[in-house]
Design a protein around this ligand. Structure first.
Ligand SMILES: Cc1ncc(C[n+]2csc(CCOP(=O)(O)OP(=O)(O)O)c2C)c(N)n1
Ligand SMILES: CC(=O)[C@@H](O)[C@H](O)COP(=O)(O)O
Ligand SMILES: [Mg+2]
Length: 618
């Protein structure tokens, strides 16, 4: 196979169109090898990408990019699209510093029509793009590609509701592999499975249409009767089709690994020149046996050995410690329930699921963070203790629900906010930069930011049993640092004194950098003290009073500077008429592209050496 080297000759969809069907099949094989090779080195979303190789090649065969536009939902499956649109050479830099992103980015290529990273936005964006095209007299198509998992998110239906009755050249491809990161959940998954099992809808419609075309024109009324009966015929056989009820035409289901089936269906969708849903079924992980067998493991994976499929054994992490702690607490308290928005693996909930899903105490609500917050509030209002485990970046979706449904009436819900702070390779869309800022501004809300596992255990228990209202425990991606303090429980802050006139204040993972900076400065004869905040909102009054005694204060914040905890602290000091120097070393440009967490800390001036240098400079 390798001798063909077709991929090396592809720079745009024009080149894909020049290939015969057989050559395109070889191209798909070459693409799969490239995907497996690159992701085995850099990590990434392997299984989702392997599932859409033929679909992407078919799209590039039928449509003309960038005039026609593709919007990838979540965007984690856009690697083949990148390989076909002049980014083959840079593909080895996938998800690396100064490399190409693992998601579509407009700034990266004119063929990336819209940003993605968070789920369920594609149909709204595609409808907007399509509407703009029609307003400017451009007849090209916009195609949204959305997975069955992303179809559990409410925005998709808001967009269907809005777009279905329009006459835009809008095609929505539902890439149905019966998987989100774990198994797809809910009624839509069941509905799609039923549709998947049905056959011949396209062929049947074709036959009816052929018959209609053959009828001699004897006047408009007969045509109308025939077309009405066509709709009735369809209804009678298929009852009502969910997508058609929204105003879309429906084509499918079609085998997403057969170019010979896919290409004509896409041509057909293009000809219709109106909103159309194309239902494609695919196999997540297709073509790499380990990923086909375990698509969840290869959904998003670090580097691995491509021959054996083995990756590094998983270590303890904040997520796993959270999951174990919650499971232990739940054994003793039947009121504790856990909620996830399609992230049970990532948030460490697997042990909880094993033990309590059979008892009805675990809820995977799909990719529906807004719903999760309000659902939790409902549970709390009737006496349950809900813990919603969610990544910081995805919790942004639930901001209004936190205010309106949880906070005003002080519902006691617990948020386990994972991936708080810098996340690394996923880049801009996934950074957990805002949670400390936005949570601390919501009344009746307590926020903890443990810096090690011991504190995490203690904060979780306090959040469940001691606090009222909304209570968030936030922690970073990965493992605790080496600076773990001896577990002193139930503290709101820890004050490490070295006899200095300068105080470093910080919270969460950044504490490790502060301790190292303190050590670097000690080597140079400079003493600094550290105040570690564990409860970051509301700020403990004693903390502010003790900070007031210092001549210089540096507030180190792994989060957005504007509106963050540093500014909150400063306003407390101002009320006490603090007269010393106060500097916030926070993140001013929170949209950090893919790079390691270590590199990102350095870029933001938040690594130990940069902190020490800054202090010496002053
Ligand atoms: C708002 C939001 N919540 C959670 C996620 C995490 N996430 C990324 S992909 C994914 C599953 C998507 O499933 P699907 O759309 O079916 O795509 P597949 O990977 O199966 O191709 C989830 C839950 C996200 N990206 N955005
Ligand atoms: C595509 C997506 O949003 C998730 O798969 C995300 O990449 C997971 O990140 P973690 O690797 O931190 O779980
Ligand atoms: Mg899926």
């Amino acid at each position: 196979m390798a001798k063909y080297n077709l991929l090396n000759k592809i720079n745009s969809s024009k080149d894909v169109k020049k290939l015969s069907l057989q050559q395109q099949e070889i191209l798909c094989w070459e693409i799969r090898q490239k995907l497996i090779h690159t992701v085995s080195k850099n990590g990434g979303h392997l299984a989702s990408n392997l599932g859409v190789v033929e679909l992407t090649v078919a799209l590039h065969t039928v449509f003309d990019l960038p005039k026609d536009q593709i919007v990838w939902d979540v965007g984690h499956q856009c690697y083949t699209h990148k390989l076909l649109t002049a980014r083959r050479e840079q593909f080895s830099t996938l998800r690396q510093e100064n490399g190409i992103s693992g998601y579509p980015r407009q700034q990266e290529s004119p063929c990336d029509s819209f940003i993605a990273g968070h789920a369920s936005t594609s149909v709204s964006a595609a409808y907007g793009l399509a509407k703009a095209k029609s307003l400017t007299g451009d007849e090209h198509h916009v195609i949204a590609v959305v997975g069955d998992g992303a179809c559990t998110g409410g925005m998709i239906y808001e967009a269907f509701n809005n777009a279905g009755r329009s006459d835009e050249n809008l095609i929505v491809i539902i890439n149905d592999n019966d998987m989100s990161i774990s198994k797809s959940v809910g009624s839509l998954a069941r509905y799609l499975a039923k549709k998947r099992a049905s056959t011949g809808y396209i062929h049947l419609k074709d036959k009816v249409e052929e018959t209609v075309k053959k009828v001699p024109v004897v006047g408009g009324s007969l045509r109308n009767i025939i077309s009405d009966s066509k709709a009735m015929f369809r209804q009678a056989i298929y009852h009502s089709n969910f997508f058609e009820d929204f105003g879309f035409d429906y084509l499918g289901p079609v085998d997403g690994h057969s170019l010979k089936d896919l290409i004509p269906v896409l041509h057909r969708a293009k000809e219709l020149k109106k909103p159309v849903v194309v239902h494609v079924y695919t196999v997540k992980g297709k073509g790499y046996i380990y990923a086909e067998q375990n698509p969840s493991k290869y959904h998003g994976i670090g580097a691995f050995d491509k021959k054996t499929g083995e990756c590094l054994p998983s270590q303890d992490s904040f997520s796993s410690v959270f999951g174990e702690t919650l499971t232990k607490l739940a054994r003793k308290d039947k009121k504790i329930c856990a909620i996830t928005a399609a992230m049970q693996q990532g948030t460490g909930l697997v042990p909880f699921v094993k033990e309590f899903s059979g008892k009805g105490r675990f809820f995977d609500v799909g990719i529906a963070e807004e719903h999760a917050v309000t659902f939790a509030s409902g549970l709390a209002a009737n006496g349950i203790l809900p813990v919603f485990a969610v990544y910081s970046t995805f919790l942004q979706r639930g901001y209004d629900q936190l205010i309106h449904d949880a906070s005003i009436e002080r519902q006691h819900i617990v948020l386990a906010v994972d991936r708080a702070g810098i996340v690394g390779d996923d880049g801009e869309t996934h950074q957990g930069m805002f949670d400390a800022a936005f949570l601390s501004s919501i009344p009746n809300t307590t926020v903890y930011s443990p810096s090690n596992y011991g504190e995490l255990r203690s904060c979780l228990s306090r959040a469940i049993y001691e606090d009222q209202g909304v209570c968030a425990v936030r922690y970073p991606r990965g493992s605790q640092g080496e600076t773990g303090d001896p577990a002193e429980f139930d503290l709101d802050y820890i004050h490490r004194k070295d006899g200095g006139q300068t105080l470093l204040i910080t919270y969460g993972r950044e504490y490790d950098q502060a301790v190292q900076a303190q050590w670097i400065l000690q080597q140079q004869g400079k003493k600094v003290d550290i105040l570690k905040l564990i409860k970051i909102s509301p700020l403990p009054a004693e903390c502010i009073a003790l900070a007031k005694k210092y001549r210089n204060i540096f507030f180190l914040e792994e989060g957005v500077k504007r509106g963050g905890i540093g500014e909150y602290f400063l306003s407390g000091l101002a009320q006490l008429h603090y007269r010393g120097n106060f500097e916030i070393c926070g993140i001013e440009q929170p949209f950090i592209p893919p790079m390691t967490i270590t590199a990102a800390l350095k870029r933001c001036g938040l690594d130990a050496q940069s902190i020490a240098d800054r202090i010496l400079e002053l």
